[in-house]
Design a protein around this ligand. Structure first.
Ligand SMILES: [Zn+2]
Ligand SMILES: [Zn+2]
Length: 250
């Protein structure tokens, strides 16, 4: 299966990742990705970048080495009202916003509260992707979350690192979440969650999961860079995404 977009990667700016933007782009280009989303951790994660880092992402060219570079953030859900750790000004500069739960920022509570937190974050219209939702530290009601994702036009991420280096015990929850997304006619995205360049575009474990459960491939939005761009354009963003059209004109 060919995947043209990596919606979740980190650079040295996250404080606990080990490659630069240029190194990540080189790997994305070599692997033939159409889009690479740079999604360093939001400001409340220990060691994360200052908010100026996110505002100034406008200096990054739209297309480098044939890859569309998306200015993004992996925002932290900071409470169960679904609020994020980025303010309106940062939000307006972002091409893509991921939202996720991280234990250094929010303490695990109950399944109902985790579910409320992400569903309310989706309802704000400010997020594009719910990242690593299979984390066993933050159990959720998969049907409620998948239903909300489908109605608020949010992608549900299957995170390759959850099966290799991070969040042990995620597999069972990710299977349940993916199956719920299929039942609710939503869409998945794959994120490498690379914290080092060699993992950019690495989706082997995601693909294995999808093949194992027979998830419908046409519900993986990031198989097509062009479909993914159409999705972003449909989200009423302040940013101008039109330069990315150059990726698809011959
Ligand atoms: Zn994360
Ligand atoms: Zn991440």
């Amino acid at each position: 299966m060919n995947i043209e977009v990596d919606t979740h990667t980190h650079t040295v700016a996250s404080g606990h990742a080990y490659s630069t933007l240029a190194e990540n782009i080189a790997v994305a280009s070599a692997r033939g990705l159409k889009f690479l989303a740079i999604t360093d951790h939001g400001p409340q994660m220990p060691g994360a970048a200052h908010f100026w880092y996110f505002l100034n992402m406008r200096v990054i060219p739209r297309i480098m080495h044939g890859v569309g570079i998306l200015r993004g953030v992996e925002a932290n859900i900071i409470n169960f009202k679904g609020e994020l750790d980025i303010d309106e000004e940062v939000h307006q500069h972002m091409d893509i916003v991921l939202a996720s739960f991280h234990q250094p920022v929010i303490a695990p509570a109950t399944k109902n509260l985790h579910t409320d937190g992400i569903v309310r974050a989706m309802a704000t219209g400010k997020i594009d992707v719910f990242a690593h939702g299979g984390n066993p530290a933050f159990p959720i009601d998969v049907d409620e979350v998948a239903g909300a994702a489908a109605s608020y036009n949010v992608l549900v991420e299957i995170n390759n690192s959850s099966f290799t280096t991070s969040r042990p015990g995620s597999m069972k929850n990710c299977v349940a979440l993916a199956e719920a997304v299929a039942r609710h006619d939503g869409y998945l995205t794959f994120g490498s969650d690379a914290h080092i360049a060699s993992k950019v575009g690495a989706f082997e474990e995601c693909i294995h999961l999808i093949d194992t459960i027979g998830f419908p491939k046409d519900r993986i939005l990031t198989r097509s860079g062009e479909s993914f761009l159409t999705f972003l354009k449909g989200k009423n963003k302040q940013v101008d995404l039109s330069e990315f059209d150059l990726l698809f004109t011959r």
